[in-house]
Design a protein around this ligand. Sequence first.
Ligand code: FE2
Length: 278
Amino acid sequence: MLTQNQISDYDRDGFLVIENFIGEADCDRLRSRAAELVHEFDARGVMSIFSTHEQTRTSDEYFLESGDKIRFFFEENAFLPDGRLRQSKERSINKIGHALHDLDPVFNEFSRTEKIKELTAELGIVEPLLLQSMYIFKQPHIGGEVTCHQDATFLFTEPLRILGLWFALEDATTENGCLWAIRGGHRLGLKSRFVRVDGGGTRFEVLDKSPWPEESLRPLEVSKGSLIILHCLLPHLSRENRSNKSRHAYTLHIIDARSRYPATNWLRRSATMPLRGF
Ligand code: FE2
C-alpha cells in the first residue's frame, strides 16, 4: 500500500495524505447511509451538544456511554435561545459516534477492507483493534471549531500504538473547515489526557502546560476521496465552517492489542461487545 518514502514522510511529519484512496461511489455510499441514520434518529429529548470544551463534556453521560453505540451529537450553535433547532435536524448534527464500524453494516464494510487492513499493518499495528469511528458533518454556517489537540489525549494506550484515519467524503478546504496540523508536532510529547474519574465524570490531566506553537499550523486541504493518516501525537485542529458547504468526513481509530488500554479512557465497551480487528 505505502512506499518507503510515504512511510518516512509519515514518520517525519506525523501525518500523511493519500489522494484518491477511496472512490467517489464509496464516499457517496457513506454519505447516504449517514443521511439515513440521521433521518431515522429521533432528536426529541436528546439534546447532547458536542463540544471539546471541558464543561460540556464532563457532564455528558450521553457522550460517555457512546463507545459501543451509535449516537448523535448536535452542533453547539444548533439551537435558538428558546431551545428549538436553528436549521433542520439534518443540518444540525455535528457528528455520529462511536461504534458505527461495528454496529452498522455499511460502515462495517467500509472500515474493514483489505486495503485499510494492509495499510494499518504497514504502519506497525500488529494486532489491530478498531476502537472508534465518527461521522463528522461540519455543517454549513454552524459547523463548530475543534480546538488544537492530540488524539492520544482522548484515546490512550501503553505504549502508544494508535492510528487515526481521516477520510474526506467531500472536498475539505480552508473555507469549509479542513484540518490544520503542526508538521512534525508529534515529537512535542503528550500534553494532556482526558480521563474518567472515580465516582463518575471526567477531567483533563495536564502533563505539559506549554502552549501549542499554533503559528506553525498549516492547512491540510484535500479533495474528496483522500485519506489523511494521523499520528496519535500530532497536534491538529479544525476551524469553524461559516461557508455554505458542508465538510463531511469519516474517521477511524485503530489500536494494537499488544498495548494496554487503561480503564481511565473515556471510551468503554460493554463485555458483550468486545473490540474486533479486521
Ligand atoms: Fe482529532
